[in-house]
Design a protein around this ligand. Structure first.
Ligand SMILES: Nc1ncnc2c1ncn2[C@@H]1O[C@H](COP(=O)(O)OP(=O)(O)OP(=O)(O)O)[C@@H](O)[C@H]1O
Ligand SMILES: [Mg+2]
Length: 372
């Protein structure tokens, strides 16, 4: 009887608008204290029930952005709106934020039942706890019931995480905010926890922001991914957009595995000319001699035929995907390509490579901006 005893109804879902948010922190240098932006004019809109993942290198401002959206810290400029109302004008108890952190952040001297039921207890609705616990167990397929009488220190990392999520769900959140919730778990447990969370978010579509370092996790859970660098939101989109249409070199090389191959070159007679490859048509308005970096994904380099000779330096099989990643070099240049798992590519071999022209991306080598 799925769907009958819904923990929350759709009408309380929330639209979040992040509007030119800025936050700086003082940072001491050798000679003075400077104010360094951690979140720099970030704007984004989270539709009702949508999950956006925030992806970016360490220190780029992901957690700070999440804490601003949670109202845990005040912005220097800009605002956060929940359903058109400025977060600062919403009393804390009405914000309805479910936060899940890396360590689960459970209260150590309470058992699991008390931890999950805390918000219901606050609202004098503790009688609803058993029903909610069993519903969450049912959807995720995890035996939360078995854990109810234990204290957090008697739980494994994975169990603690699940209790943290159950607790956040049990409070009827308008908004779910996750900060690398599974980063303490090993690879297998992480995949499992991700699947459980995905089921929960499907059953209870709560508007969510999900901070992670892990692209696979972001792709599995989120409708869209926002890429951050040094406090700025560089680009937001689905997998296809970020993978095929990155707006600059940073997004192109940060997103997708293996890392996009890059080749330095210049414009000669409306064509891109590099060291190994060349003769690719470029945008007509690019001036002769402009330095342009060509970006090509591993799967867009073809093997065989009349191509550029390349010496195989390594071949790494990926059995699950039935392919191997092959590293090759030609003089000072080296790149990675995808080859079938047929054993015909050996280290020391010389192959020929050609580029799939339609998949070639061009970037201004100085600014990093996409130019074709
Ligand atoms: N309370 C604080 N005081 C001073 N500086 C801070 C504070 N919080 C964050 N910062 C700085 O702001 C920047 C962004 O930090 P933040 O924690 O948001 O990064 P992050 O993207 O979450 O990194 P990670 O992936 O390592 O968790 C960093 O340079 C950090 O040192
Ligand atoms: Mg962080």
């Amino acid at each position: 009887m799925y769907g009958e005893q819904s923990i929350q109804s759709v009408d309380i879902m929330t639209v979040i608008l992040v509007d030119h948010l800025c936050k700086s922190f003082p940072q001491a240098t050798a000679t003075r204290v400077e104010s360094v932006p951690a979140v720099d004019h970030v704007s984004l809109k989270l539709a009702s029930g949508q999950v956006i993942a925030i992806l970016g290198p360490s220190g780029c401002g992901k957690s700070t952005l999440l804490r601003l959206v949670a109202g845990l810290i005040e912005p220097d400029a800009g605002r956060v709106l929940y359903d058109d109302v400025d977060l600062r004008h919403i009393p804390v108890e009405e914000r309805g934020i479910g936060m899940v952190f890396q360590d689960g952040a459970l209260i150590p001297h309470w058992d699991v039942r008390q931890n999950i039921g805390f918000f219901l207890w606050l609202r004098k609705r503790e009688s609803e706890v058993p029903q909610r616990v069993s519903r969450i167990s049912q959807i995720t397929g995890i035996g939360l019931e078995k854990l109810l009488d234990r204290r957090p220190r008697q739980l494994s990392g994975g169990e603690r995480q699940r209790v943290g999520i159950a607790r956040a769900l049990a409070r009827d959140p308008r908004v779910f905010l996750f900060d690398e919730p599974f980063s303490n778990l090993d690879a297998k447990l992480r995949t499992q926890a991700r699947v459980e969370l995905k089921k929960l978010l499907h059953e209870f579509p709560v508007t969510s922001l999900y901070v992670t370092h892990d692209q696979t996790e972001a792709l599995a859970l989120a409708h869209r991914i926002a890429i951050m660098r040094a406090g700025k939101l560089e680009q937001m989109g689905d997998f296809e957009t970020l993978y095929r249409n990155p707006i600059n070199l940073f997004v192109a090389t940060f997103f997708g595995t293996p890392t996009m191959n890059l080749f330095e070159g210049v414009v000669r007679g409306h064509h891109w000319q590099g060291i190994s490859f060349g003769g690719l048509p470029v945008r007509g308005d690019l001036e002769e001699g402009t330095r342009i970096t060509l970006g090509v994904r591993a799967e867009s380099i073809r093997l065989g035929g009349e191509g550029v000779p390349a010496l195989v330096t390594a071949a790494t099989p990926h059995y699950g995907e039935r392919m191997q990643l092959v590293e090759v070099e030609n003089g000072r240049e080296h790149w990675t390509l995808v080859a079938p798992l047929d054993g015909r590519v050996l280290v020391g071999d010389t192959l020929t490579c050609t580029l799939a022209e339609v998949d070639c991306l061009f970037f201004d080598s100085v600014t990093g901006q996409r130019v074709g």
